[in-house]
Design a protein around this ligand. Structure first.
Ligand code: ZN
Length: 376
């Protein structure tokens, strides 16, 4: 009898496992689609992933705003994998360079429920949503140049910071973000990463996504392709070296110049390319209020988007705390983009960076405490 019950239990477990697999792993089966008939769009691009942007977490679940009258075609909320889109997604074409502003969106939504608790700050922005990016094939983000993936809802904002790490300034930005328990993407310059690896480590440790922004921040347009590849790869290796751990396959071209051959190359390397939805032009500004006003004005105009700023810039560093308060007061919500898998580096460039950086010794004490003039 006991044996029979045991056998029954095992059979049930196997059945539940198989059924669970069908539900979780192969939603197509639930849809009764013949497995052998992939959507034609996908068949034409066998190496393309089914979905590039995946919602990983969403909080709070009850506070999803429903800004009325926004286009239903805009949203690509993919939190429910068992619900394949009614129509096959548009064939993922190679990134195209397009001079196009983000589509106008509804006004920022009404304020929503409080974010996750953030010690010491009852008005913290927090992170409303985390999305995981499958960088296979080098997807492009940012409507100034790409219009492949429109995944932000009205009122949602992705903060991005370029050109660091830099003493004081980067940490001013990082501390302001920490005070709001929120997250951003950083695109550091490789050389700067080798100057200030400790700062970049802290950026990564605080949970921000760390991409890269070339080795020496040259405009790669018109340069030999090999030189462009070298700038990209050495930048990636330098950032990885400085962080000392996994970094994201996220890349931004200096000056948002996108040589087509290098766009293709990044696709082959499975590295996502970030342009921007709105450029703050903070590098032209001296006063923090100008940065605040510029960002808030553009967000008001576009309603949502990926914002380009520079942690390297003094005015931006000084503006960040107030800007985050402004975003909160305006009802905006922060979306954190993180990579599904870390970037891979190329060994030859890792080696080059190690030589350039002249690895620190175990001491790590400042020179002033190591070398002291005792007689002159
Ligand atoms: Zn830059």
């Amino acid at each position: 009898m006991r044996v029979a019950i045991g056998a029954c239990a095992i059979a049930l477990a196997i059945f539940a496992g198989v059924f669970g697999y069908l539900i979780t792993v192969n939603p197509a089966l639930l849809n009764r689609e013949p497995a052998a008939a992939p959507p034609p769009a996908v068949a034409a691009q066998p190496s393309q992933p089914r979905q590039t942007v995946t919602v990983v977490t969403e909080a709070p679940p009850v506070a999803v705003p429903t800004p009325v009258e926004s286009s239903p075609t805009v949203a690509q909320r993919t939190a429910t994998p068992e619900a394949p889109p009614a129509a096959a997604p548009p064939a993922p074409a190679p990134p195209k360079i397009m001079a196009q502003a983000p589509p106008p969106a509804a006004a920022p939504p009404a304020r929503t429920a409080a974010p996750q608790s953030c010690p010491g700050n009852p008005n913290a922005l927090g992170v409303a949503r985390t999305v995981e990016i499958d960088t296979t094939g080098g997807p492009g983000f940012g409507f100034e140049h790409f219009r492949q993936h429109d995944f932000l809802e009205p009122g949602e904002v992705v903060l991005t910071y370029d050109d660091g790490p830099w003493p004081q300034r980067t940490m001013a930005v990082v501390n302001a973000l920490a005070a709001h328990c929120t997250r951003a993407i950083f695109f550091p310059i490789g050389k700067h990463a080798t100057y200030e690896p400790g700062i970049l480590k802290q950026v990564a440790q605080r949970g921000h996504s760390v991409g890269s922004h070339t080795w020496s921040h040259q405009n790669l347009t018109g340069k030999p392709v090999d030189e462009g590849k070298r700038e990209i790869e050495k930048g990636i290796s330098a950032v990885a070296w400085a962080v000392g751990g996994p970094t994201a396959p996220f890349f931004r071209f200096p000056a948002l110049r996108h040589p087509p051959e290098l766009v293709t190359y990044l696709g082959e390397r499975n590295i996502a390319i970030f342009s921007t939805d709105m450029d703050s032009f903070d590098f032209k500004m001296r006063k923090p209020e100008q940065v605040r006003n510029a960002v808030m004005a553009k967000l008001k105009k576009f309603g949502k988007g990926i914002v380009l700023m520079h942690d390297f810039q003094q005015a931006t560093a000084a503006a960040t705390a107030d800007l985050l308060n402004d975003l909160k007061a305006g009802g905006y919500k922060i979306v954190h983009m993180r990579a599904r898998a870390p970037v891979t580096t190329i060994a030859a460039f890792d080696e080059e960076v190690r030589k350039d950086a002249k690895l620190p010794t175990v001491g790590g004490k400042p020179t002033s405490s190591v070398v002291r003039t005792v007689n002159e």
